[in-house]
Design a protein around this ligand. Structure first.
Ligand code: SF4
Length: 394
């Protein structure tokens, strides 16, 4: 059974203009040492939820986890180990880092702690666009950080943003060339997502252009050997993100820290899955970590219903379809049958008929996957593979 842990570190040097993550400027909130103590307490109080096992993945995300002193990361790893969640040679251990928060020594220290994968928030190699995004680093600093990584380790990933205001195809191609010049094993390419009315929405490429941009990214990276394995993710063979694959393959994971989500797809008292998430504000989080009920019960037994989701079969099946179809390998009939029974396979066969005719999905040896057209029009596919209570009479 695969199992991963996500640890949320909610500190950043400054808030980027487009960011909607739970993160705060480092000097404006609870000091990191107090937050560390809460994380350690949360790990030990929630022991009832887990069995002792080797971790498939451990992921430090945020925020900017690389703002924390290295020994804080060590303490979290130690605490997980003390609870029976062990890092082995095959555990993928990732830390998100931003340029300007690391130097060569810090990267070496991370490596000696057992961190074996780095995810760098590069975003773009244009100083003008970095500034417009409110990023606190410049291109020179990004390049310096990537140079260190390229010399010290083999496994790092870059985040690239596209669909930025006034961004041209030439700029996007330049970003991809620049990123590839450091020979990363993995690139995540995300389209800028903003709420309506956000000032950064002005002068952005239209939706159709954004879709063309993803196609441009896919073609460029595939040609360089970084294969698309999920709509927004590209990797050299064997370097796909094991942690994200847990999310996309409906596996169990634990989220520790402010706003972190947890998912247990199979539980005796919630067979279609239970998800729960921590609060986004410190006050509620502190209260919750100190709640003695956490030591003896699962969150749905004592938390407010706004903090958990006990899935019905139609919700669970919808999620299963959508996340599986995001992967290039697609949706496996065997996995579908195993998880939801033969009726679900019949239901899907009916839903897929029209999508197959319209060449949005294709048959594969294991089941169904999106075609190139289906990836462009993925919203249409996801709409057609959304299940409702009425699909399961009785
Ligand atoms: S560095 Fe990342 S988490 Fe921090 S503010 Fe910027 S986008 Fe948000």
């Amino acid at each position: 059974m695969n199992f991963g842990v996500y640890v949320h570190i909610p500190y950043c040097i400054q808030r980027c203009r487009y960011c909607d993550f739970t993160t705060f400027e480092q000097n404006s909130i609870m000091p990191p040492q107090e937050y560390l103590a809460l994380l350690e307490k949360e790990i030990s109080t929630r022991a009832i939820q887990i069995s002792q096992q080797d971790l498939t993945s451990l992921y430090f995300g945020g925020g900017t986890p690389s703002l924390l002193p290295v020994n804080y990361i060590q303490k979290i790893i130690n605490k997980l180990g003390a609870m029976g969640l062990h890092i082995t040679d095959s555990t993928e251990v990732t830390i998100e880092i931003n340029p300007t928060t690391v130097d060569q020594q810090k990267i070496k220290d991370y490596l000696s702690l057992g961190i074996n994968r780095f995810s760098v928030g590069a975003q773009t190699f244009s100083d003008e666009l970095l500034k417009l995004c409110g990023r606190e680093h410049n291109v020179h600093q990004t390049r310096e950080c990537l140079d260190w990584l390229a010399h010290l380790t083999t496994n790092f990933s870059l985040d690239i943003l596209y669909g930025l205001p006034k961004q041209s195809f030439a700029q996007l191609r330049f970003d991809l060339e620049a990123a590839m010049s450091f020979h990363p094993q993995h690139i995540s390419a995300y389209c800028l997502t903003l709420p309506q009315g956000h000032p950064m929405n002005q002068n952005r490429p239209k939706e159709k252009i954004q879709i063309d941009m993803l196609e441009c990214i896919t073609d460029s990276l595939n040609a360089k050997g970084l294969k698309q394995y999920e709509i927004s993710n590209f990797a050299n063979p064997g370097f796909e993100s094991q942690h994200n694959l847990l999310y996309w393959k409906d596996q169990a994971y634990w989220g520790i820290g402010l706003s972190a989500h947890s998912s247990f797809p199979h539980l005796p008292h919630s067979q279609m899955g239970l998800r729960f998430w921590n609060p986004k504000d410190f006050k509620t989080y502190i209260h919750q970590v100190n709640n003695p009920r956490a030591q003896e019960a699962f969150p749905h037994e004592y938390l407010d219903s706004s903090q958990f989701e006990k899935l019905n079969i139609w919700e669970s099946l919808t999620d299963f379809c959508h996340i599986s179809l995001r992967l290039n390998e697609g949706l496996s009939k065997d996995a579908l049958r195993y998880r939801f029974g033969p009726e679900a396979v019949n239901l899907l066969e009916i839903k897929f008929k029209e999508l197959l005719l319209n060449k949005l999905v294709q048959l594969s040896s294991r089941g169904w996957s999106l075609t190139a057209l289906g990836r462009r029009l993925s919203n249409q596919v996801f709409f057609s593979t959304t299940f409702l209570k009425e699909d399961f009479p009785g």
